[in-house]
Design a protein around this ligand. Structure first.
Ligand SMILES: [Zn+2]
Ligand SMILES: [Zn+2]
Ligand SMILES: [Zn+2]
Ligand SMILES: [Zn+2]
Ligand SMILES: [Zn+2]
Ligand SMILES: [Zn+2]
Ligand SMILES: [Zn+2]
Length: 1772
C-alpha cells in the first residue's frame, strides 16, 4: 500500500509523511504524530509575518502561497493517508457508494432565491432552492419567492415539510432506496482510518477554536523552536460604530484612515482582525490605546486581545480544518456518519461531547468561526436523520443556557447558534418527540419567562426594563414556540397530553403575569406629566398572540385536553378575580327590571387593556361545541366552582367601556400613550387576540344571562344610568361637557349592541365557516373602495402561515381590473354583494366607516336607489349562542330605543344626535330582520319585538318611528327610516299570518296599513322634493361660479401660444398643392412656422420673436450623453484633445439638449437666475442646505414647472423672415462645377499648408492648419460660366440689406448657450476663445435630432406630427440658433472648419487629422457643412454677420454629396453572410446598379467580398441603411425652412423612403448619385475619381480588415436597455451567483445591474469604492462615468427596484418593471409574490433613458420626496 502511495505522489515529502502517519497509526499513535507534525508546520505557514498576519497588508500572492502551502503540506498528506490512495479517485469512488440523495439540503448563500409553496408547505419556513423548485409541481401552485438571508437549506425531500409532493424530479430518484447503515458500505480500512482521522481533526479544531490562553499553546502543540511574535487582535461588536472603530485605529496604530476603513470592514465581515504585528510590548501598547479611545461612560471598550502568533496560526488552521471536514463528509454518507457519531460521542471522562461544547461556547467565538461551526453542523448533523435527532435532544437540553448566552451577547441572531432552532423545531415529528420525551414546550416557555420575569410567591412579575430594552433579543423563544406548535397533532397519547398541558400551564402563568398590565386611571383636571411606556406590553402581545392561538388550536383537537386546559384557565381567572370580599356589588333598576351588578366605575378606577387570560378563555369557549360540551357541562369544572356570567363579563367590559370613553374623548388628558394602545387594540395585527376575543367573551356572558340584566349591567358600566332614568333631561342642568360625553357614550353603547348581537361571523358563534368570515372581511374592505391586492391583504389578519385566506373568496366577490402603464390592478366588489354591507362592521376604523358610507351613498345615488344602508341579513347563531338575539326584544332594549326616538322627536331636547338615530334605526332593523328570519325558519318562536314595539299606543316605539317621518333633523336617515317602517309592516303581516288572524282582521289591517302607507308616501314625497330643490340650488351655484371665473379656468395655459407646434400655423398661405420640397432653390414656400410669438412666464407679457426685438429664451438642460453610443464603454478620455467637428459614426460621446418648453425674456430670466445664486450664497454662509440641483454648476429649476435646467436657448426668428427665398433663384451652377470648385479649394489649401509646413520644419510641434485660399484664386482656374456661378454663389449680400441685425441680447444669449454646450458637454472650464465653442453647439443640434429620430423609430411613430411640443420646440430653436451661428462667429474659424470638413469629404492628399469617410458621421457632417460652407471664402474684409446668396443651392449640392458619401460608407460596411434565396422578383435597373457599385467600391478599397448579394437584397439593404440619415436630414430642413412635411410622413406604417427623397430633393434611385449609366444624366453624379479617393484613403483598409465587429453596422439600430428575463427569480439568481469583484469570492450585499450595458456591480459597499475626482464613490457612481456619461439606470436585485443616478449627488428609487399577477410591483420583495417583467413598463423606462429625461426625473422625484435628499447617492 505504502509503495503504491509513493509511486503516485509527485513530491517525496508527502509520501514520507504519509508513511510516518501510517506507522504511527499502526502503533496507535496517530494523534501524537499528527500533533507533532502540526506543531512544527502550522506556525511556519500562518501568521509568519506582517504580510500574512495583517489583513490590510496581505497581498494576493501572500494569500495564494499560504493557501497552497496549507494544501500541500497539511491537507494533502492527511487526505492521502485517509484514502489510502489518490484522494480524488477515492473520494469519487466513495461518492458512487452513496444512496441517491432524497434530501436536497443545499445550504443557501445570502441573496439566493428561495421558494415556498403556499398551498403545500407545512409552515412558511419550508423552502425549495431554485433547481428543486423548477423541477417540482409546486411551480404551478401558489408560491412565494424571497431571498435567503444566508443560512438555512433546501427542504426538498423532507416529507414533513410538505403536505404533498415533497420531492422534486431530481430527488425523487432517491426514493425507495433501502437505507442501510452507510458506514457498512465503506471499505473497512478506510472506515477504520476515518474513525481516527476525523476524530483527531475535529477534536483539534474545536480545542483550538475554544483555546483561551492567548499567550501560549497546549503542551502537545508547543513547537520545538518557540518564536516571540504577537499580534493585536481587534474583535467585532455591535455597539461601536464604524466611525468610532476607524477613529480608534488611526490613533492606536497610526494608520491612514483608508487603511482603518479596511480594518473595520474586515472586523465587521469576519468578526476579528489583527491590526498590529510585533513584539509583546508594541502590541500591548496598541491594545491600550484602542481600549482607551473606545471606552466611554455608556459603553464598554472594544474587545482587543494580544495574542501569540502561534495561537493565531493554529486557530487559522483550525478554521481550515473545519472547512476541510465539511468537504470530506460531503463526498460520502459513510464518512458523514462517522463524523456525526464522533461529534456526538460523550468522552469517557464525562465531559460534554464536542457538539455540546460548541453549543455552549458559541458566544465566545468570533463571527467567521461561529458561522463555520454552524455550517459544519448543518452539513453533517442535520443531514443525517439519526444524528439530527440526537443533536436536537442536546439542543433542547441546553436551550436555556444557549438563550441566556445569546441574551448576554451582542452579535446578530443570524450568527448565533440559536438560529438553528428553525431547522429542528419545524420538523413536526422531531418537535413532537422533543415535547414528549424532553418537555420541550415547558422548556421554551420557561426559558422565556425566566429571561423577562422574576418569580415571587409563586407568581411571576414581568421585568419591564428587560422587556423594554432587550425585546429584540428576548423574543426568540416565542418564535421557536411558534415553530414547535405549528403542526397540530392528529393523534394524542397520554404522554403528549401530559407534556402539552405542562407547557400550557406555564403559558398560563406567563399570561397571568401580563393580565392587567399597564392599567390606567382616567386623568381629570390635569394632563399627565409623562407619557407612560406602553410598547413593551404590545410587543409581547404581538409575539405571544400566535403561540397562544395555536395552543388553543391544539386544545381544540382533543376533548380531554380541552377540558383540562379549560380548567387551568378558569382557575387562573378565578384567582385573578379575587375573593367575593374584594368585589363590590350593587343593585340597579331600569323599567321594572332589576339586576345585581359589579360596582366599578371605569372613569374613576384603573383599567387595563391587557386581559390575555380572559381572551384565552374566550377562545376555548368557542371550541366547546365541537366536543358536545356546553357552557354548563359539569365535567368542565370538576372540583372548581364555575365562574358566574358576571365574572366572565366584568374584565372585558371594563376595557371596552374605557375604549368607548376614549372615543367619547373623556380620556384626553391621558395622552398619546393610551391613544396608541387603543389604536393597536383595534389594529389588524392585534385585534384577533384582543378586541375580537373581548367581544366573544361578552357574547359568551350574554348568552348565559337574562337579556334585561345583561343590558342593565352594560348601561351601568357605560355610566348611563342617569341617562336612562332621564335625570339629565329632567334636571336640565347638565354641563355642555357632560352632555357631549353622554351623547357620545349613548352612541357607543348602541354601536356596542349592534356588535354584540350582530357579529356572528366567527365559527362557533354563528353557523358559519372560516371562509365566510374572510369573505365578509373582504366585502367590507371593498365597500370602502376598490383595492389593490396588497392593500387588501394588509387590511386582513394573517394566520401563523402568513395567509389571509383571501384568495379562496376574492374571485367570488369581486372582479379584477387590470392596471395600465402606471398604477396597480384593483379588485372591485361585485354589485350583488353590496347588500351585505354593514356600516357598523366592527373592524372598521372611524375613518373606514365614514369612507365606506360615503362611497355607498355615492354609488346608490348614481344608481338612483334608496340611500338607506339597512342592516344586512345575518346567518343563524349556533345553539349555544342562540339566546344572544333576545337582547333585541327585551324590555330594556325596547325602552332604550324608544327613549332615543322620543328625544329626537322632542324639539327642545339637546340629548340626541344624528348618529344616535342612525344606530337606533339600525338596531330596530336588526330586530325586525331577526323576527322575520325566525318566522320563516322556525315553527315556534318567542321573539316578540313587534309586539312589544307596538304596545302602548301613541307611546309605542312604532308610533315614535312614524313621528319621525318627514322630520328635517333626521333628513340624512330618511331613507333608512322608510326602510325600517316598510320592514316593520312586513314583519307585522307575517306575524299576523302566523297567528292565523281572521280574514276580517286582516282586511282591517290592510286598510290601516294602506292608510299609513299613503301617509308615509306623502311625507316621503315631500322629503324628496325638498332634497331635489337643494340639489338644484347647488348645481346653480356651481355653474355661476364657473361662469364668473371663466378666465381663471382658461388662463392656465402659459405655454407657448404655438404649443401644438407641428400644425400649420403662422403664414396664412394655402397649403401648396405641389409636393413639398425642403431643400434647394426650388424648395416650397415656408408654410409651417412655429415659435413666432410667446408669453414670458415670468412677467406674463407677450413677445413677438424678431431679430431686433427683445430676446426670448427657452429654459434648457445640456448634458453629456452616451445613449446613442455604439461603442459602449468607450469614454471621452481627454476632452482637451477632443475634436467635435469630425464626429465618429459610433457616436460614443454626444451632447444632448432638452427643454421643458417654457419661454422667458432673456432679461427676466437673468434676474431670476441671479436671485437664485444670491440666495444660495447667503444660505451657504449659514448652513449646508441640500438642494436637488447644483447652483454652482449653473443649474436651476424652471420657474414654472420645476424642470431641471442649466442654460437657456435663445429663440430666433425663422429663417424665412431673414432670407427671402427668391434671392438665390437665379444662380446657376452645376453639381460637377460646384464639386470641382470645392475640390480645387481643398487642393490649393493643402498645397499652401504643405509649403508653410516645409518652411517651418523646426517647430514641428505645431499642428499644420488648413487655411482657405481666397475665392478669386479658385475661380481663375474655372471655365468662365462656372466661375461666374461660383462667384455668385459665395457672394455676400451685405449690400442687399436683407440681413437682419441681431440685437446684442440675442448675441449674448447665443454665446451663453454655446458656452453651456462646451462646458457641460465636454466637461471643460469655460473658454470663449476655444474654436470648439460654436462647434459643440452645432453638434448638440445634430445629436438631439438624432436622438429624437431614434425615439420616434423606437416607438414606431411617424416622423412628423408625433413629437411632443417641447421636443419640437427644442429642435426648432436649436436649428435656428445653429444655422445663424455660422454668420455670427469669427469668420476665419468658421471657414477653417468648413475646409477641414471638405478635406474629409473630398479628400486629396492624406492628412493626419482627417479621418477616412468610414469614421465620419454623415448627418453631423451635413449639418456642420450647412452652417459653415457660406463662410468658406470669407476673410476679414467681408463683413461678419452677413449671409451669402447661395445658401439654398449649396444645400442642394451638399445634400447630394453627403448622401453619396454615406452610400459608399454603407456599401463598404456591408457584411452579407449569405445571399438570399433568389426570389421571383425581377432584377431592377437600380438593383443591378447597386451590385455593380458594391463590387466596384469594395474592389477599390481592397476588401474581400465572399458573398455577393442579389440586386434586390442590396437595394433593400441600402434603402434601409440610409433611412435614418434621410429622416434626420428631413427633420433638420423642416425646422430650418418651415416647409410643410409631406402627408405620407405623418402616418405610421407607410414606406418613407420615396417621400423622404422627394422632400430632400434627392433622386428616388439613389444609385444615380454614384453611377452615370443608370438612366439619363441627372447632373448630380459624384464622379468616380472621388469614389476612388474615398476608397483609397488611409485607414479604410485597416478599418475594414479588422472585421465587422469594429465597424458601425447599418442600418444603425436603436440602442435599448438590456433585455431582462421574464421571471424575476432568474434575476435574483443572477444576483446570487455574482460575487464582489474586489474581495475574492465574497457575496455582494447589494448586487446591482446596469440596465444600459448589463454589467453587475457590487453597490453600496466599502469594498468596491473607488476614487472619482478625489472623492470615494460607490460602484454605481463610478460606473455611470464610464458607461453613461454621468447618468445611469440600474436594477437593484435584492430590493427589486430601479435606481436612477445623475452626477454624484443626485438619485432616486423607482418602481421596478416587474409586476405580480395582481399588477403590483414589490419594492424590497416584501410580499414575495412571483414577479414577471411587464414589457410596457420596461418600454417606459427605455423611453425615459433614451429621451435623456433621467436627470429631470430624478430632480422631480427629489423635489417631491424629501427623504431622497438625505441619501448619499455617491456611495451607492
Ligand atoms: Zn434543493
Ligand atoms: Zn429537490
Ligand atoms: Zn404546492
Ligand atoms: Zn419677461
Ligand atoms: Zn418649464
Ligand atoms: Zn464589492
Ligand atoms: Zn453600464
Amino acid at each position: 500500500m505504502a509503495a503504491k502511495i509513493a509511486g503516485n505522489l509527485e513530491g517525496c515529502n508527502v509520501s514520507i509523511i504519509v508513511q510516518q502517519l501510517q506507522g504511527a497509526y499502526e502503533r496507535g499513535q496517530l494523534k501524537n504524530a499528527l500533533y507533532q507534525y502540526w506543531a512544527q508546520q502550522v506556525p511556519k505557514i500562518f501568521f509568519t509575518s506582517a504580510e500574512v498576519a495583517i489583513s490590510t497588508q496581505r497581498t494576493p500572492d501572500a494569500v495564494q502561497s499560504e493557501e497552497k502551502l496549507s494544501r500541500d503540506v497539511l491537507f494533502e498528506p492527511l487526505e492521502w493517508f485517509l484514502c489510502g490512495g489518490n484522494p480524488a479517485a477515492v473520494f469519487q469512488q466513495l461518492q458512487s457508494l452513496n444512496n441517491p440523495p432524497q434530501l436536497c439540503g443545499k445550504v443557501f448563500k445570502v441573496g439566493e432565491p428561495t421558494y415556498s409553496c403556499r398551498d403545500c408547505c407545512a409552515d412558511p419556513t419550508c423552502v425549495f432552492c431554485i433547481e428543486c423548485f423548477n423541477k417540482s409541481t409546486h411551480k404551478t401552485h401558489r408560491y412565494r419567492m424571497s431571498t435567503s438571508g444566508g443560512g438555512g437549506y433546501c427542504d426538498c425531500g423532507d416529507v414533513e415539510a410538505w403536505k404533498q409532493d415533497p420531492w422534486c424530479d431530481i430527488h425523487k430518484q432517491g426514493l425507495g432506496q433501502q437505507s442501510q447503515n452507510p458506514i457498512e458500505k465503506l471499505p473497512p480500512d478506510i472506515a477504520a482510518r476515518a474513525w481516527e482521522v476525523l476524530k483527531i481533526a475535529l477534536q483539534y479544531a474545536v480545542d483550538m477554536l475554544l483555546w483561551e490562553q492567548m499567550g501560549g499553546l497546549p503542551q502537545d502543540l508547543e513547537p520545538s523552536v518557540p518564536q516571540n511574535t504577537y499580534v493585536t487582535m481587534l474583535f467585532n461588536d455591535e455597539i461601536h460604530t464604524y466611525e468610532q472603530v476607524i477613529n480608534a485605529l488611526t490613533k492606536a496604530i497610526n494608520c491612514e484612515s483608508k487603511e482603518a476603513v479596511e480594518f473595520a470592514t474586515v472586523v465587521d465581515r469576519e468578526g476579528r482582525s489583527s491590526v498590529r504585528y510585533g513584539n509583546r510590548k508594541s502590541c500591548d501598547e496598541a491594545r491600550t490605546v484602542i481600549q482607551k479611545s473606545t471606552s466611554s461612560v455608556r459603553s464598554k471598550p472594544l474587545k482587543v486581545e494580544v495574542m501569540h502568533t502561534s495561537v493565531c496560526a493554529h486557530q487559522a488552521f483550525a478554521q481550515k480544518v473545519l472547512n476541510w471536514l465539511g468537504q470530506v463528509v460531503n463526498h460520502s454518507d459513510g464518512l458523514r456518519h462517522i463524523l456525526c457519531t464522533t461529534a456526538l460521542q460523550q468522552p469517557p471522562t464525562g465531559d460534554p461531547c464536542v457538539v455540546e461544547r460548541l453549543m455552549l461556547a458559541d458566544t465566545a467565538l468570533w463571527k467567521t468561526a461561529r458561522v463555520q461551526c454552524h455550517q459544519i453542523m448543518m452539513g453533517s448533523l442535520l443531514m443525517d436523520q439519526e444524528s439530527k435527532k440526537q443533536f436536537s435532544v442536546l439542543y433542547t437540553r441546553n436551550y436555556p443556557q444557549v438563550q441566556k448566552d445569546f441574551m448576554a451577547d451582542d452579535h446578530d441572531h443570524g450568527v448565533s447558534i440559536i438560529s438553528l432552532s428553525v431547522q429542528i423545531f419545524t420538523v413536526p415529528t422531531l418537535a413532537r418527540y422533543l415535547i414528549m420525551e424532553h418537555d420541550l414546550l415547558a422548556i421554551v416557555i420557561r426559558t422565556f419567562l425566566d429571561q423577562c420575569a422574576s418569580c415571587r410567591h409563586g407568581r411571576y412579575l414581568l421585568d419591564r426594563e428587560k422587556l423594554q430594552k432587550n425585546f429584540r433579543r428576548l423574543q426568540f423563544p416565542l418564535l421557536d414556540l411558534k415553530y414547535v406548535l405549528s403542526m397540530v397533532p392528529d393523534q394524542w397519547n397520554d404522554q403528549l397530553k401530559r407534556k402539552f398541558l405542562n407547557g400550557f400551564k406555564i403559558m398560563v402563568e406567563l399570561l397571568t403575569s401580563m393580565q392587567g398590565m399597564d392599567s390606567v386611571t382616567r386623568q381629570v383636571g390635569q394632563h399627565i406629566e409623562m407619557e407612560p411606556e406602553w410598547e413593551s406590553a404590545f410587543n409581547l402581545q404581538i409575539k405571544l398572540a400566535p403561540a397562544v392561538a395555536m395552543m388553543a388550536g391544539w386544545c381544540a383537537t382533543d376533548k380531554m385536553v380541552l377540558i383540562d386546559a379549560f380548567r387551568i384557565v378558569v382557575k387562573a381567572l378565578l384567582e385573578i378575580r379575587g375573593t367575593a370580599d374584594t368585589v363590590k356589588m350593587c343593585k340597579r333598576r331600569v323599567c321594572d327590571q332589576e339586576a345585581i351588578v359589579v360596582d366599578y366605575t371605569v372613569s374613576r378606577e384603573p383599567v387595563s387593556i391587557h386581559l390575555p387570560i380572559c381572551r384565552l378563555l374566550a377562545g376555548l369557549y368557542l371550541q366547546l361545541g365541537k366536543h358536545g360540551l356546553t357552557f354548563n357541562s359539569p365535567e368542565l369544572y370538576g372540583p372548581l366552582q364555575p365562574p358566574s356570567a358576571m365574572d366572565l363579563l366584568e374584565q372585558p367590559l371594563r376595557t371596552l367601556v374605557m375604549i368607548a370613553q376614549v372615543h367619547a374623548e373623556m380620556w384626553k388628558r391621558n395622552g398619546y400613550s393610551l391613544f396608541h394602545q387603543v389604536y393597536y387594540y383595534h389594529n389588524v395585527r392585534c385585534r384577533a387576540e384582543m378586541q375580537d376575543k373581548d367581544i366573544i367573551m361578552l357574547q359568551v356572558a350574554c348568552a348565559q344571562m337574562d337579556p334585561n340584566q345583561f343590558l342593565i349591567a352594560l348601561l351601568n358600566k357605560f355610566e348611563l344610568m342617569n341617562w336612562i332614568e332621564d335625570v339629565t333631561e329632567k334636571g336640565g342642568s347638565a354641563t355642555d361637557d357632560l352632555l357631549r360625553f353622554t351623547n357620545s357614550l349613548v352612541e357607543e353603547f348602541l354601536t356596542f349592541l349592534i356588535i354584540i348581537t350582530g357579529e356572528r361571523y366567527v365559527p362557533g358563534i354563528g353557523q358559519v365557516s372560516s371562509e365566510d368570515m374572510v369573505r365578509r372581511e373582504v366585502i367590507h374592505q371593498l365597500c370602502i373602495s376598490p383595492m389593490a391586492h396588497s392593500e387588501l391583504s394588509k387590511a386582513l389578519p394573517e394566520n401563523h402561515k402568513h395567509e389571509t385566506g383571501m384568495e379562496a373568496v376574492i374571485a367570488d366577490v369581486s372582479t379584477f381590473k387590470k392596471p395600465g402603464v402606471t398604477g396597480m390592478g384593483r379588485y372591485e366588489l361585485k354589485p350583488e354583494f353590496y347588500k351585505d354591507y354593514n356600516p357598523f362592521f366592527y373592524h372598521y376604523t372611524r375613518a373606514d366607516q365614514s369612507k365606506s358610507e360615503e362611497a355607498q351613498l355615492k354609488r346608490k345615488k348614481q344608481e338612483g336607489e334608496s340611500t338607506a344602508c339597512p342592516p344586512p341579513e345575518l346567518p343563524a347563531l349556533s345553539k349555544e349562542f342562540s339566546s344572544l338575539v333576545n337582547v333585541l326584544e327585551c324590555d330594556v332594549f325596547v325602552h332604550t330605543i324608544r327613549m332615543v326616538l322620543r328625544r329626537v322627536n322632542s324639539s327642545r331636547s339637546r340629548s340626541w344626535t344624528e348618529a344616535m338615530v342612525h344606530r337606533a334605526l339600525h338596531l330596530v332593523g336588526m330586530a325586525l330582520n331577526e323576527e322575520k328570519r325566525l318566522y320563516q325558519t322556525s315553527p315556534y318562536i318567542r321573539f316578540n319585538f313587534v309586539k312589544k314595539a307596538t304596545e302602548g299606543g301613541s307611546n309605542s316605539l312604532y308610533s315614535a318611528l312614524h313621528d319621525l317621518l318627514g322630520k328635517p333633523r333626521i333628513q340624512n336617515h330618511a331613507d333608512l327610516l322608510t326602510w325600517v317602517i316598510d320592514r316593520f309592516d312586513e314583519v307585522k303581516d307575517l306575524k299576523d299570518q302566523k297567528q292565523g288572524a281572521s280574514d276580517a282582521q286582516k282586511a282591517k289591517k290592510v286598510s290601516s296599513k294602506s292608510k299609513t302607507d299613503a301617509e308615509r308616501k306623502k311625507k316621503a314625497e315631500a322629503a324628496r322634493k325638498r332634497r331635489e330643490k337643494i340639489l338644484a340650488q347647488m348645481s346653480d351655484m356651481q355653474k355661476s361660479f364657473i361662469r364668473d371665473n371663466l378666465e381663471l379656468f382658461e388662463a392656465t395655459g402659459t405655454e407657448l401660444s404655438s404649443s401644438p407646434s407641428m400644425e400649420v400655423e403662422g403664414s396664412p398661405m394655402v397649403v401648396p398643392s405641389q409636393y413639398p420640397v425642403a431643400v434647394g432653390p426650388d424648395r416650397s414656400p415656408a408654410t409651417h412656422v412655429t415659435l413666432t410669438t410667446s408669453t414670458c412666464i415670468l412677467c406674463q407679457e407677450d413677445q413677438e420673436v424678431a431679430a431686433g426685438n427683445k430676446c426670448v429664451v427657452l429654459a434648457a438642460y445640456v448634458q453629456r450623453s452616451t445613449a446613442l453610443s455604439k461603442s459602449r464603454g468607450k469614454v471621452l478620455e481627454d476632452p482637451d484633445k477632443y475634436d467635435p467637428l469630425l464626429v465618429s459614426p459610433d457616436l460614443y460621446h454626444g451632447v444632448h439638449t432638452s427643454t421643458c418648453g417654457h419661454v422667458m425674456h432673456a432679461d427676466c430670466w437673468q434676474r431670476f437666475y441671479e436671485a437664485i445664486v444670491a440666495r444660495e450664497q447667503r444660505r451657504a454662509l449659514r448652513f449646508r442646505h441640500i438642494l436637488s440641483y447644483e447652483v454652482d454648476r449653473g443649474e436651476f429649476l424652471c420657474p414654472l414647472c420645476e424642470t431641471l435646467s442649466n442654460t437657456v436657448i435663445p429663440i430666433l426668428p425663422p429663417s424665412s423672415t431673414i432670407q427671402p427665398d427668391s434671392v438665390s433663384a437665379d444662380i446657376s451652377l452645376s453639381f460637377s462645377d460646384w464639386l470641382d470648385g470645392l475640390k480645387k479649394t481643398v487642393e490649393a489649401s493643402q498645397r499652401a499648408m504643405m509649403k508653410e509646413e516645409e518652411d517651418k520644419m523646426e517647430s514641428s510641434d505645431d499642428m499644420p492648419v488648413l487655411s482657405p485660399c481666397p475665392l478669386p484664386s479658385i475661380t481663375k482656374n474655372m471655365a468662365e460660366m462656372a466661375a461666374q456661378g461660383f462667384q455668385q454663389l459665395f457672394e455676400y449680400m451685405t449690400e442687399t440689406g436683407a440681413q437682419a441685425p441681431y440685437s446684442d441680447s440675442v448675441k449674448e444669449m447665443m454665446k451663453l448657450f454655446s458656452r453651456a454646450t462646451y462646458t457641460f458637454g465636454l466637461g471643460l472650464d469655460p473658454n470663449d476663445d476655444d474654436d470648439r465653442v460654436p462647434i459643440t453647439a452645432w453638434g448638440t443640434c445634430a445629436y438631439t435630432i438624432r436622438t429624437l429620430e431614434w425615439l420616434l423609430r423606437d416607438q414606431g411613430k411617424p416622423l412628423f406630427g408625433s413629437l411632443s411640443s417641447r421636443q419640437a420646440d427644442c429642435i426648432t430653436a436649436l436649428v435656428r440658433v445653429v444655422t445663424v451661428s455660422g454668420s455670427l462667429s469669427d469668420p476665419q474659424t468658421i471657414s477653417k472648419s468648413a475646409l477641414r470638413l471638405l478635406s474629409a469629404l473630398l479628400p486629396q492628399e492624406p492628412m493626419k487629422n482627417i479621418p477616412c469617410i468610414l469614421d465620419l458621421d454623415m448627418f453631423f457632417t451635413l449639418v456642420f457643412l450647412h452652417v459653415t460652407i457660406s463662410s468658406l471664402y470669407c476673410d476679414e474684409n467681408t463683413a461678419a454677420g452677413g449671409t451669402i446668396r447661395g445658401v439654398a443651392l449649396n444645400d442642394k449640392h451638399l445634400m447630394h454629396l453627403v448622401t453619396a458619401a454615406h452610400l459608399v460608407q454603407i456599401l463598404l460596411a456591408a457584411n452579407f453572410t449569405s445571399a438570399d434565396t433568389p426570389m421571383d422578383t425581377e432584377e431592377t435597373a437600380e438593383g443591378s446598379a447597386w451590385v455593380k457599385l458594391f463590387m466596384a467600391v469594395r474592389k477599390e478599397a481592397g476588401v474581400q467580398t465572399p458573398v455577393v448579394p442579389s440586386g434586390w437584397q442590396l437595394q433593400t439593404y441600402v434603402r434601409e441603411s440610409v433611412l435614418p440619415f434621410l429622416r434626420c436630414s428631413a427633420l433638420f430642413f423642416h425646422c430650418h425652412t418651415g416647409v410643410q412635411s409631406p402627408a405620407q410622413l405623418q402616418e405610421s406604417g407607410v414606406s418613407e423612403f420615396e417621400p423622404l427623397c422627394q422632400y430632400l430633393a434627392l433622386p428616388a434611385d439613389l444609385s444615380s448619385l454614384l453611377l452615370q449609366n443608370s438612366g439619363a444624366d441627372v447632373g448630380h453624379v459624384v464622379p468616380h475619381t472621388i469614389h476612388s479617393k474615398w476608397c483609397h484613403y488611409p485607414g479604410i483598409k485597416e478599418s475594414l480588415a479588422s472585421g465587422p465587429a469594429s465597424l458601425v453596422k447599418y442600418p444603425v439600430e436603436v440602442n435599448r436597455l438590456v433585455p431582462l428575463p421574464h421571471d424575476y427569480s432568474d434575476v435574483i439568481n443572477r444576483g446570487s451567483v455574482f460575487t464582489c469583484p474586489r474581495s475574492d469570492g465574497d457575496d455582494s450585499r447589494a448586487p446591482t445591474m446596469c440596465l444600459v450595458c448589463g454589467q453587475m456591480l457590487c453597490s453600496q459597499s466599502y469594498c468596491c469604492q473607488t476614487d472619482l475626482e478625489g472623492e470615494p464613490v460607490g460602484a454605481c457612481t463610478a460606473h455611470i462615468y464610464t458607461c453613461g456619461a454621468g447618468v445611469g439606470i440600474f436594477l437593484r436585485v435584492r430590493e427589486c427596484q430601479i435606481l436612477l443616478l445623475t452626477g454624484k449627488t443626485k438619485g432616486c428609487f423607482y418602481p421596478s418593471p416587474y409586476l405580480d399577477d395582481y399588477g403590483e410591483h414589490d419594492q424590497g420583495l416584501r410580499r414575495g409574490n412571483p414577479l414577471y417583467l411587464c414589457q410596457e413598463r420596461y418600454r417606459k423606462l427605455q423611453k425615459l433613458w433614451l429621451s435623456h429625461s433621467i436627470p429631470e426625473e430624478v430632480v422631480h422625484f427629489m423635489e417631491a420626496n424629501a427623504s431622497f435628499a438625505t441619501i448619499e447617492w455617491q456611495h451607492l
